[in-house]
Design a protein around this ligand. Structure first.
Ligand code: NAD
Length: 276
């Protein structure tokens, strides 16, 4: 399977479809990520707070896949935000746990406006990128006002913003600002984390029937056709394969419009202004 790549604003590119490991048990991570690599995934999304960077690293090492064929993202946790020394120590610890010499993308996990350290943290990220230990730098859970402040105060535009995004919550203000600034959108919880019956809605199931696809494949196609980068998560190998097998059909514009019409500000995760 050839996964399309999305061009980033810093000259690098990222595989549009990957595999996420939020809530993957650290004790099972090596097995689950090894399955995902065997299925064909080459882009992995983890974070310090997931507690499973070591397992991801062991699966990478065991796979024998050349490093340059992989795309690895991890994230800085909230209590590691601050000055360069703090940020660099947290980064080095993640790299060590992953057993890697560099990551492809490093993200500020949440803006945590109550701490008010994300601008300072972002300046430290710029230095990390300039020392080649992460190729790209970006943010996660930044709303339009957080992005605006970051760009105004530092002049440095993130490569990506990784935000909660699925048919019930499409965040048009943030995606609009991101698009205007050349920031790629990564959609987390692309399947709504299974927290509402997305895969049973008629807008999804009718398209699935029309294309001989599964409802999850339809939702992943919807993201891909909108240009989002996605990394759906599953512990089950057959679902990993199902979620990866999404390049043999295309949704019509009517089907796209019907799914987009499901928007209802239906957040399933935390509000970025409330996470500390
Ligand atoms: P998701 O929308 O990918 O949902 C995962 C759940 O959907 C699974 O646990 C499973 O129950 C179900 N599922 C998966 N494939 C299915 C299929 N084919 N058919 C039926 N059900 C299926 O949610 P997620 O894991 O939260 O999001 C994906 C990734 O995004 C995470 O693993 C993580 O890497 C990232 N993420 C980032 C943040 C952040 O704050 N930056 C927050 C949450 C998730």
């Amino acid at each position: 399977q050839l996964v399309p790549r999305v061009q980033l604003n810093d000259g690098f590119s990222i595989p549009q479809l990957g595999f996420g490991v939020f809530k993957v048990d650290p004790g099972e991570t090596e097995r689950i990520v090894s399955d995902a690599l065997e299925v064909g995934y080459r882009h992995l999304d983890t974070a310090r707070i997931y507690g499973n960077e070591e397992g991801v690293g062991r699966a990478i090492a065991a796979s024998g896949i050349p490093r340059e064929q992989l795309y690895i993202t991890t994230k800085l946790w909230n209590d590691d935000q601050g000055d360069a020394a703090r940020v660099h120590a947290a980064f080095d610890a993640s790299l060590e746990r992953l057993g890697l010499e560099y990551v492809d993308l490093y993200l500020i996990h949440w803006p945590t406006p109550a701490r008010d350290r994300y601008v300072e943290t972002w300046r430290a990220f710029e230095h990390l990128r300039d020392t080649d230990r992460t190729r790209s730098i970006g943010v996660s859970n930044f709303l339009a006002n957080h992005l605006e402040r970051l760009i105004t105060e530092t002049g440095l535009v993130p490569a990506v913003d990784q935000i909660e995004l699925h048919p019930y919550l499409q965040q048009p203000e943030t995606t609009g600002l991101a698009e205007a600034n050349g920031i790629a959108i990564e959609a987390w919880g692309p399947l709504g984390q299974g927290k509402y019956p997305l895969l049973e809605l008629p807008e999804v199931t009718s398209a699935a029937e029309a294309h001989g696809a599964t409802p999850a494949q339809v939702v992943i196609r919807w993201h891909l056709q909108l240009g989002h980068i996605v990394f759906p998560k599953s512990n089950r190998r057959e679902r990993m394969a199902e979620n990866f097998d999404v390049f043999g059909f295309e949704l019509t514009s009517d089907e796209m419009v019907a799914i987009t019409g499901l928007e209802r500000e239906g957040r399933v995760g935390s509000h970025p202004d409330e996470v500390d």
